[in-house]
Write a protein that binds this ligand. Structure first.
Ligand code: PAF
Length: 279
């Protein structure tokens, strides 16, 4: 079974020894409830680094809905067992007090890229992410950090953060892992009933159809409106957004020379799903 370390000081002495021996350290930050998407990040880290740490911490400051925080699955033992199969060297699972000790008052806030879309729908969310990721980078002293493209905006926020603060870590974005029917893997999928689970891939299908229409020269607004209507017909109760944005800044962009991304958030059976694809 993979070793679980709870204290930052213990992790630090372990990492210092690795680094002194000239070893490359990779970190995969997670909130646990691991699935194949997380494991693929850990496997990539395993291929590219001498030592791999997976962090498991359900970060309260990035939840703007207390119910969501309370319902978030906490499955440390099962997660550690899955990680043994990769294998990773250490699971770092700090307590809330270890990350936010009494007197903690610092907040890391990334402007620009964290403001639209998820930033608007979930106020404060990216401040919580940026703050905890900065702490995890400091605590793990990793050379490389692996994040899924499934949370595309988060990946851009963390990349911007690392660049802006000259953090000595390479942020590596990894392809979204999908179920055979196209649904992006997510810890939230396990909250769906069988009928909702069967309809959930229609979000990705509608986005893919819209992206194809846009590439074929159809008007963008119409293609996106059609995608939204298709998602609602598929049994989703609400589409928060389906948007075509500059892939890096997340601003609206008509510049055909810049890579663009279609991003979406929609609710099915009270579960909020997000997805994104290149266009
Ligand atoms: O993507 C996640 O699981 C979280 O947002 C992260 C990056 C581990 C920070 O809590």
């Amino acid at each position: 079974m993979t070793e679980i370390i709870h204290a930052a000081a213990e992790l630090r002495s372990r990492v210092r020894a690795w680094r002194a021996a000239g070893e490359m350290v990779g970190v995969v930050p997670t909130m646990g409830a691991l699935h194949e998407g997380h494991l693929s990040l850990a496997r990539r880290a395993r291929r590219e680094c001498d030592r791999v740490i997976t962090t498991i911490f359900v970060n309260p400051t990035q939840f703007n809905n207390p119910d969501d925080l309370q319902k978030y699955p906490r499955t440390l033992e099962a997660d550690a067992a899955l990680l043994s199969g990769v294998p990773v060297d250490v699971v770092f699972a700090p307590s809330v007090d270890e990350i936010y000790p009494e007197g903690f008052v610092t907040r890391v806030s990334v402007g620009g890229v964290s403001e639209p879309l998820e930033g608007q729908m979930r106020p404060g969310h990216f401040d919580g992410v940026a703050t905890v990721v900065t702490k995890l980078f400091g605590m793990t002293e990793a050379h490389r950090a692996y994040f899924g493209q499934k949370d595309w905006q988060q990946l851009q926020v963390v990349s911007r953060l690392a660049r802006d603060l000259n953090l000595p870590v390479a942020v590596v974005g990894c392809e979204t892992v999908r179920e055979a029917d196209g649904l992006a893997m997510s810890s939230r999928n396990r909250r769906l009933s069988a009928p909702a689970r069967a309809n959930a891939p229609r979000l990705h299908a509608a986005m893919t159809a819209a992206a194809e229409e846009i590439r074929a020269g159809q008007p963008e607004r119409q293609a996106i409106r059609d995608a939204g209507a298709a998602v609602l017909r598929a049994g989703f109760e609400r589409v928060e957004y389906i948007e075509l944005r500059d892939a890096e800044t997340l601003l609206t962009s008509e510049d055909p020379g810049r890579p663009r991304r279609m991003l979406a958030a929609a609710w099915i059976e009270g579960v909020r799903l997000i997805d994104n694809i290149p266009v």
